[in-house]
Design a protein around this ligand. Structure first.
Ligand code: ZN
Length: 226
């Protein structure tokens, strides 16, 4: 069995990060920890914490650093992550969160932070072409176009564009991502933890590049394989 890993995957919306996290999580047999999924399921749970999260989401606000850090800390404290490792998706978003993560993981730290690079124009086209089934929620786009125009392949429902998938709002989200991620990327670069990986091409190809970057890094580290 391949040894576990401790990874963070960064990438703009539409870069294929979710798909790659799932593929890497199968390859290395480690949990894929998506903070977005965790927050959405917390919001549905009806607990005090869940209600708090639902309120941030309703107001369109980012969940404060301290809350996110607690959520991640709790998850990293479970058996599977302790034994095998993890792939973090959606965290850290800020340098403050990255510092907190480093403290949580002491003394071993992260193996690698991967930055999945896809040009803005490419993700813009991908996101702007996205259509969602108004009945079953299936998603279609450039890479998997519907067979019959604006009709869902799976249920025959009408395909619609999400309100926040207009070119302007996508561009705004991408700019926000770039400006908030830049300091994080330099922070990891300074600590020699960052590897940029080309995110263009079919998913299998991108996964091989990611695995190569991860395995190269592990062979360089003297303290892995414990
Ligand atoms: Zn459908």
């Amino acid at each position: 069995m391949v040894p576990g890993v401790r990874l963070v995957l960064l990438g703009k919306q539409g870069a294929g990060k979710g798909t790659q996290c799932v593929r890497l999580s199968r390859h290395y047999v480690v949990p894929h920890i998506s903070t977005g999924d965790m927050l959405r399921s917390a919001a549905r749970s009806g607990t005090d914490f869940g209600r708090q999260v639902a309120e941030y989401m309703r107001l369109g606000e980012l969940v404060p650093d301290e809350v996110m850090i607690q959520v991640v800390e709790h998850r990293l404290d479970q058996h599977d992550t302790k034994n095998r490792g993890f792939i973090l998706d959606g965290f850290p978003r800020t340098v403050h969160q990255a510092e907190a993560l480093e403290n949580l993981l002491n003394p071993r730290g992260l193996d690698l932070v991967l930055d999945l690079e896809v040009p803005t124009e490419v993700v813009l086209e991908r996101l702007a072409s996205r259509r969602v089934c108004s009945v079953c929620g299936s998603i279609f786009g450039i890479d998997n176009p519907p067979r019959r125009g604006a009709i869902c392949d799976n249920c025959g429902g009408e395909l619609v564009q999400r309100e926040d998938d207009t070119e302007d709002s996508i561009r705004r989200r991408l700019e926000l991502y770039a400006s908030s991620t830049e300091p994080l990327i330099s922070w990891y670069l300074d600590r020699r933890k960052l590897a940029a990986v080309d995110g263009l091409g079919v998913p299998e190809r991108v996964t091989s590049r990611l695995i190569r970057a991860i395995d190269n890094r592990r062979h360089q580290l003297p303290d892995v394989g414990d």
